[in-house]
Design a protein around this ligand. Structure first.
Ligand code: PLP
Length: 397
């Protein structure tokens, strides 16, 4: 078929092959342990589900304003005030069908062909393709474990060119769990303001932080930074609402209006029922979030302990999100039944085929040498899965 040039340029997800293979192995009845999940393994809290049911029962099942109902915009404004000390007006908020959709609309509204968008690696898999779909060019800054997987102001400065439009910042980060402290953000903000670029701050893992880490939005540093920052956020992770598809953007009114135009010609409003549930999620009790984060922290500690016992594997300790990103590169070059394992994709395939454990290869996140392991799964699965990984490595020659 004569498909569009746009879609032909789109690189297929490297993770799809692993996910599909894991699925078909499971269908054959094999006991596959999956560390691939990008969503909490907890149910959406009951009071949020009830709000959705109430919305259906009361007939709140029709179109809403494209950018979301005022009630939800107000709940988002209140959240940003309460948690981040930020003041926004309704005209500066757009509700979309998930954080991914928010970022997609933003890219469509902000980027032109020839624009460069700086993306620190390891990065969330969707940033480069969404930037490319808007015709712009992703410019990757690689970071390492030793740098805590964070970019420095110097690296940022030397990467900015006259074509640079924006920096994407994701703290806490998927896949590394690295999170920026206030002083680090201040240093980056200095470069951002000096060079006059924008920041897209993806704060979707804001609430999933460990050891008392204090999350700071770069937007909250000062007035100038607020005007240069677009916050991309969503309820998927915090409230275990991945299927409800509610995300939002907070930023300059002019941009929000442009994004709303794009949304009006594509999806229209996010689901009415989910919007009502989102109001209750943001305004209601937050105990379920605290409990979930506590469970994630315990699992992070468990998985870090298990990884420490595996020879030749180092792992950065995540400050947030629900993934670890261990470095397996010391094992590259080893062989299994005559096949040499040379990269993260081949190692992931080996773990799946020979140990029935699914992990996501680092290459998908722009970081060869690593594997992403999600701990959004039970302690028992973590224990069994890591045992299998250790055993599979011991079988390499
Ligand atoms: N940003 C990051 C860093 C993510 O990891 C994800 C989901 O995996 C999203 C945004 C988008 O999530 P959603 O579209 O469910 O809001």
């Amino acid at each position: 078929m004569d498909l569009s040039e746009r879609v032909r340029q789109l690189s297929p997800s490297a993770t799809l092959a692993i996910t599909a293979k894991a699925g078909s192995m499971r269908a054959q009845g094999l006991d596959v342990i999956s560390f691939g999940a990008g969503e909490p393994d907890f149910d959406t809290p009951g009071h949020i589900k009830e709000a959705g049911i109430r919305a259906i029962d009361s007939g709140f099942t029709k179109y809403t304003p494209v950018g979301g109902i005022d009630e939800l915009k107000d709940a988002i404004i209140e959240k940003l005030r309460r948690d981040n000390g930020l003041r926004y007006e309704r005209s500066q908020i757009l509700v979309s069908c998930g954080g991914k959709h928010a970022f997609y609309n933003l890219a469509q509204a902000l980027f032109d062909a020839g624009d460069e968008v700086i993306i620190p690696a390891p990065f969330w898999v969707s940033y480069p393709p969404i930037v490319e779909l808007a015709g712009a060019t992703p410019v990757i800054i690689e970071t390492t474990e030793d740098e805590g997987f964070k970019i420095s102001p110097e690296r940022l400065k030397e990467t900015i060119t006259p074509r640079t439009k924006a920096l994407i910042l994701n703290s806490p980060c998927n896949p590394t769990g690295a999170a920026y402290q206030r002083e680090e953000l201040e240093a980056l903000a200095g470069v951002v303001l000096e060079k006059g670029i924008y920041v897209i701050s993806d704060e979707i893992y804001e609430k999933i932080v460990f050891d008392g880490f204090r999350f700071i939005s770069i937007s909250s540093l000062d007035r100038e930074m607020r005007d240069r920052t677009m916050i991309v956020h969503g309820l998927s992770k915090t409230y275990s609402m991945t299927g409800w598809r509610i995300g939002f953007t907070a930023g300059p009114a002019e941009l929000i209006k442009a994004m709303a135009s794009i949304q009006s010609q594509s999806t229209s409003n996010p689901t009415s029922i989910a919007q009502k549930a989102a109001v209750v999620a943001l305004d209601g009790p937050q105990d379920s979030v605290t409990e979930m984060v506590q469970a994630f922290q315990e699992r992070r500690d468990l998985i870090m302990g298990q990884l420490a016992g595996i020879e030749g594997v180092s792992c950065f300790k995540p400050q947030g999100a629900f993934y670890v990103f261990p470095n397996f590169s010391a094992w590259f070059g080893r062989t299994y039944q005559g096949n040499r394992l040379t990269n993260s994709m081949e190692l992931a395939d080996y773990f799946l085929t020979s140990a029935h454990v699914a992990v996501v290869p680092g290459v998908s996140f722009g970081a060869e040498g690593y594997e992403r392991i999600s701990f959004a799964t039970s302690a028992e699965n973590i224990q069994r899965g890591l045992d299998r990984i250790r055993e599979a490595l011991s079988r390499l020659h």
